[in-house]
Design a protein around this ligand. Structure first.
Ligand code: BYC
Ligand code: FE
Ligand code: FE
Ligand code: FE
Length: 470
């Protein structure tokens, strides 16, 4: 059960550890002032119909009620401990899972936790202005639900830093509140988290593609031999599912509305009617997919091999895989560029772990694209959305130095410069999307560019007052 009496809600018996409790209570006001400075603009004093965790088991952990965001009970929730848990891969396979940080891996583990933690507040910063242009109260509420949960994910990592990394950990926890998304001097650590999320189409793409990186990274960290990290990631994953739901259904609803307008006006070009054309949607998809695949790191990485061998970060669904979980002799097929052509080559599996995780991720991304395409096909429209080639528009890894089309045709830089506007959103495209972003705050009403959802939140009707403008 979760202790909500404590200033910091938790299920880790925080009140038994006075030192830790005091350290976290000292960090808490800094978190709140960060939230106040850079969290959702303009809605801090509104009542929002939010979900709060009441217990960490799969059934009925959620409680829904009106909350003002600064009063959201951010806290520390770890999935239940399995006392028999072992390390399931790498050099320490078969040993009992660590309850404390192994001294020799301290720096590496801290870095992994900091990198994970850094993305959470970054996304809140990126989404700060979106409340001003929400397409409905339903969407506004979903945005804020995602925001408060990303705030809680920061708490999850800060708890680990404070509880297990002493003074270095406390300093890193402060630094997590000091970096800023997109800041020239103090940027967030990973590329995608310094991009802008200026409009709701970007927000839905972000929650579909970038939060899904969260799913795959958290799932890999949930395999960690460091048990507290594993347990906190397991609970975070239950929250992550809603973020990806917001993305998939958000894009699906944009498509539904576009198809409706295409039919109604018997045209492919719905921009005169305030809709999002399918080719424009494809450009947004190309951008968000490419910055998100970058988040998996280089195709071949000694960092990744070390994380695995040390037992710190596993593979997606590690324990379901039927191999030796050491991978010293295993290989993995990786795409390379040779003599101007893309070829598949077997590489050592340990070095190729980033790429293997990216493979899993790309397959998962494809599933939603297939569902969107089904709706498009059903409407009798001859257009299909496609994930771009994985070498398209990359900044990280071996493809960062080349240019190729979304179909995977290598092209020289001059051609890229002349044609990238065909594949990525231009200033004009962004201006058009921005022109659609007019807020709709009347219960049950939706902006003209997006269809209503099939159902409301927690069994409430679609025209429920999800955010109260009191
Ligand atoms: N941008 O050996 P490599 C989420 C750096 S999302 C900038 O290939 P490695 C969320 C790399 O740090 C999940 N730099 O890297 C979603 C390294 O630097 P150093 C976030 C990058 O270490 C939505 C160098 O390049 N969680 O939760 O194997 C909303 C060499 O690269 C990038 C995690 O990422 C990049 N994209 O892999 C809210 C999990 N990629 O050492 C939240 C923790 C690489 O040369 N992180 N670099 O200075 C990791 O597991 C690893 O750090 C990475 C990178 C997979 C990200
Ligand atoms: Fe998160
Ligand atoms: Fe998320
Ligand atoms: Fe996330």
């Amino acid at each position: 059960a979760i202790d909500y009496v404590n200033k910091i809600p938790n299920n880790v018996d925080l009140s038994d550890n006075r030192r830790l409790q005091r350290a976290l209570e000292a960090w808490q006001p800094n978190f709140l002032s960060w939230w106040d400075d850079i969290g959702p603009l303009g809605f801090q004093q509104k009542d929002v119909y939010l979900r709060t965790a009441t217990s960490v088991d799969a059934k009925g952990w959620a409680h829904f009620d009106y909350v003002k965001m600064p009063d959201y009970r951010w806290g520390i929730f770890l999935a239940d401990r399995n006392p028999d848990r072992q390390i399931n891969f790498g050099d320490h396979k078969g040993e009992p899972a660590w309850q404390e940080v192994p001294g020799e891996y301290r720096g590496v583990l801290r870095r992994l936790i900091v990198t994970q933690g850094d993305t959470e507040p970054a996304s809140v910063e990126q989404q700060r202005l979106l409340g001003a242009t929400a397409p409905s109260l339903y969407d506004l509420r979903n945005l804020f639900q995602v925001n408060v949960e990303e705030g809680r994910h920061l708490w999850a990592m800060v708890y680990l830093l404070h509880a297990h990394f002493g003074r270095d950990g406390r300093e890193e926890a402060e630094a997590l509140l000091e970096r800023r998304s997109g800041d020239e001097d103090k940027p967030r650590i990973l590329g995608a988290f310094n991009e802008k999320t200026p409009d709701w189409l970007s927000f839905f793409m972000f929650t579909y593609f970038t939060d899904r990186d969260g799913k795959y990274q958290l799932a890999s960290l949930a395999e960690s031999g460091f048990d507290p990290l594993s347990r906190t990631c397991r609970f975070m994953l239950t929250e992550e599912a809603h973020h990806m739901f917001v993305g998939e259904t958000g894009i699906g609803r944009v498509i539904d509305r576009t198809l409706e307008l295409m039919k109604e006006h018997d045209t492919d070009d719905v921009s005169p009617f305030g809709g999002v054309n399918l080719p424009l949607l494809q450009k947004y998809l190309n951008f968000h997919f490419s910055v998100s695949v970058d988040l998996f790191g280089s195709e071949l990485s000694t960092n990744a091999a070390n994380y695995y061998t040390m037992g710190l970060k596993g593979r997606f669904e590690e324990t379901r895989k039927d191999d030796d979980h050491l991978l010293k002799d295993a290989s993995h097929e990786v795409m390379h560029l040779e003599d101007g052509r893309f070829v598949m080559r077997d590489d050592p599996a340990l070095q190729a772990l980033n790429e293997a995780l990216r493979d899993d991720y790309v397959l998962d991304c494809q599933r939603g694209v297939d569902r969107w395409n089904k709706a498009i096909a059903k409407a009798g429209v001859d257009f299909r959305l496609k994930l771009p080639h994985r070498a398209f528009h990359r900044q990280i890894g071996q493809f960062a130095s080349i240019h190729c089309t979304p179909e995977g045709k290598l092209i020289p830089t001059e051609e890229w410069n002349a044609r990238c506007h065909e594949w990525l959103p231009t200033d004009e495209d962004q201006k058009y999307v921005e022109s659609l972003m007019k807020p709709v705050y009347e219960p049950g009403k939706f902006a003209a560019w997006i269809a209503p959802p099939r159902r409301g939140i927690n069994g409430r009707p679609i025209d429920f007052e999800y955010v109260r403008f009191n």
